[in-house]
Ligand binder design. Structure first.
Ligand code: FES
Length: 198
């Protein structure tokens, strides 16, 4: 394995970095940073699992990694973020209980995760595949008083909460997809492998 980087260059939930400096991704001021160990480019192309050092993600922050050519986001949800996601009115959401197969079995729960602190999700909007923007704040002027943090797709306005659950009355038909993943230990997340637990 060689060490590659992870992009956390912006709040945007979109772009996986292609440039790597000294094994560490580029960091932007507004978004916390995580370093990770990743397989070689060839192994990545073949779909090898990706390791992420989640201890480097600040509370409330997001890390972006690449797996099988997809941008994967890892969000570190604070207890307050978890609470406000759980407190959302389920009537606002299209599939609040994750009945549709947009996640492995072990992520079919209220926060769609193995560990409620970390949310792992594919950053492709389920409408036409744009990359949603990470918007963790509460009631920003552009998203309205009801907004409790989540992901906003700039292409056609789809909205998802901090568990990737899609709101009603937006173009996206499904919740964001949770990829297979597991935890190697307290600080290491593996994306792309779950030992068949799904
Ligand atoms: S691609 Fe996201 S709303 Fe259309």
């Amino acid at each position: 394995m060689s060490t590659d980087g992870v992009d956390l260059t912006r709040r945007h939930f979109l772009t996986v970095a292609t440039s790597v400096v000294g094994g560490v991704g580029v960091v932007a001021a507004a978004v916390p940073f995580v370093a990770s160990m990743q397989p070689s480019a060839r192994a990545r192309a073949a779909g090898a699992p990706v390791e992420v050092d989640i201890s480097k993600i600040e509370p409330g922050g997001i890390a972006m990694v690449e797996w099988r050519g997809k941008a994967i986001a890892v969000v570190r949800r604070t207890p307050e973020m978890q609470a406000r996601t759980r407190d959302l009115d389920p009537n606002m959401l299209r599939d609040p209980e994750s009945r549709e197969a947009q996640q492995p079995e072990y992520a079919t729960n209220d926060l769609r995760s193995i560990n409620p602190e970390f949310f792992v999700v594919v950053s492709n909007c389920t409408h036409l595949g744009c990359s949603p923007t990470y918007r963790p704040e509460v009631a920003p002027a552009d998203l309205g008083q009801d907004w409790r943090g989540g992901f906003f797709c700039p292409c056609h306005g789809s909205k998802f909460d901090l568990a990737g659950r899609v709101y009603k009355s937006v173009p996206a038909p499904l919740n964001l997809q949770v990829p297979p993943h597991r935890y190697l230990n307290d600080t290491t997340l593996i994306i792309g492998e779950d030992g068949g637990a799904a």
